[in-house]
Design a protein around this ligand. Structure first.
Ligand code: SAM
Ligand code: SF4
Ligand code: SF4
Length: 351
């Protein structure tokens, strides 16, 4: 099977192209929209070390995913840079045949110590999450009273190490919408691409409701009033962010509009949790235990057959359904139990 790619599609004719790998469910922040401190407290039952997939197990699985068509990997968490020696995993993943691109999503705090090692291991680009420029707003957003200084230092360290940098900003109404223009202004012309993300109803703990979403339309209008924008083409099929270029040629911003303008029909992503469960949607209730299969002595062919079976069964389109319900006036989904449905948490699955 070496070098040969299978042509696999899910039940809605979507290929598998991207794999998001969570390497830990722990984090040094407590962002209110992701890991609210009152729920993720000192007694929260985080995964034990023995429950986590080892680097060897992850690499072995990625080899099978690559045979199914996966070309892009995103390493995430929790906070992925809390996983010891993460650069060693990146180095091994970089050698897997068929993998063309590896990216990492991080809150940036540990980048000053790790950026050079990550770059040397073959990482080319990172996304750093930063929800505000003003210290006071950011301290509230991250739930740990950390100012923007450590994250901005992390971004600078990444740029110095030669990593391509994008900044992700989740916008939550009443919390940090005041930061849209200051963030745009800060990163405009810096070579860093800023991407705003609509606040999503991932998990069951972040108190999400429609009213707290600032939509793509609103975000683009606000920026355009100060810095005129024009729409730009997607870089590739299935790109999650809509792109907008500053008319004065000083760069671009992106908006990920999972709520107001969903994109399930082109969703080519699977997600592997830190304890080896495979999820075919960010809003899934349950996953398939691949760790159990690996640790039970299954050979590569058996593992591949299981992964293929999961993907071929896939029919997820949660965000499209949410949007259809909203447009039909069915409210926030109580008729289908969407609000009640148990969903995996963002810090566990990694975004
Ligand atoms: N800790 C890392 C970080 O924050 O970049 C990686 C994991 S974090 C779960 C991945 C991304 O998900 C971050 O950019 C974060 O802002 C985003 N995120 C978390 N909860 C979200 C939510 N409810 N809606 C939209 N984006 C969210
Ligand atoms: Fe941690 Fe990232 Fe979640 Fe914030 S968004 S709590 S940094 S995992
Ligand atoms: Fe993909 Fe699920 Fe998000 Fe739709 S809701 S884009 S299927 S992860």
């Amino acid at each position: 099977m070496s070098g040969q790619k299978l042509k696999i599609f899910d039940s809605l004719a979507r290929p598998l192209k991207d794999l998001r790998i969570s390497v830990t469910d722990q984090c040094n922040f407590r962002c209110s929209y992701c890991m609210p401190a009152e729920i993720f407290g000192p007694d929260f039952p985080f995964l034990k070390q023995t429950e986590l997939l080892s680097f060897d197990e992850i690499v072995r699985l990625v080899r099978q995913f690559a045979k199914m068509g996966v070309e892009k990997l995103r390493i995430t968490g929790g906070e992925p840079l809390l996983r010891k020696d993460l650069h060693l995993l990146i180095r091994e993943l970089n050698k897997v045949e068929g993998i063309k691109d590896i990216a990492l999503t991080t809150n940036g705090v540990f980048l000053p110590k790790q950026a050079d090692k990550l770059r040397a291991a073959g990482l080319k680009r990172i996304n750093v999450s930063l929800d505000a420029i003003e210290d006071e707003v950011f301290k509230k957003m991250n739930g740990r009273n950390v100012g923007t200084g450590p994250v901005l230092k992390g971004i600078a360290a990444a740029q110095k190490a030669g990593l391509g940098v994008k900044v992700n900003t989740v916008v939550k109404k009443g919390a940090n919408e005041s930061q849209i223009i200051p963030l745009a202004s800060h990163f405009k012309g810096s070579g860093v691409v800023l991407r705003f993300i609509e606040f999503m109803d991932v998990g069951n703990t972040n108190g999400w409701n429609y009213e707290s979403v600032v939509t793509k339309k609103e975000i683009v209008e606000r920026i355009s009033e100060v810095f005129p924008l024009e729409t730009a083409d997607a870089n590739y099929y299935g790109e999650v962010a809509d792109r907008f270029e500053y008319k004065d040629g000083t760069g671009e911003v992106g908006v990920i509009s999972s709520v107001s303008d969903s994109f399930c029909s082109s969703c080519t992503r699977a997600r592997l949790s830190a304890d080896g469960k495979l999820y075919t949607c960010l809003f899934a209730s349950s996953g398939t235990d691949i760790r159990e299969l690996v640790r039970s002595g299954a050979d590569d062919q058996e593992i591949l057959a299981n992964l293929v079976a999961v993907w071929e069964k896939r029919d997820d389109r949660y965000s499209d359904e949410r949007q259809e319900e909203a447009l039909s006036g069915a409210g926030t989904g109580s008729s289908t139990g969407r609000k009640q449905r148990r969903k995996i948490e963002m810090s566990y699955i990694g975004g």
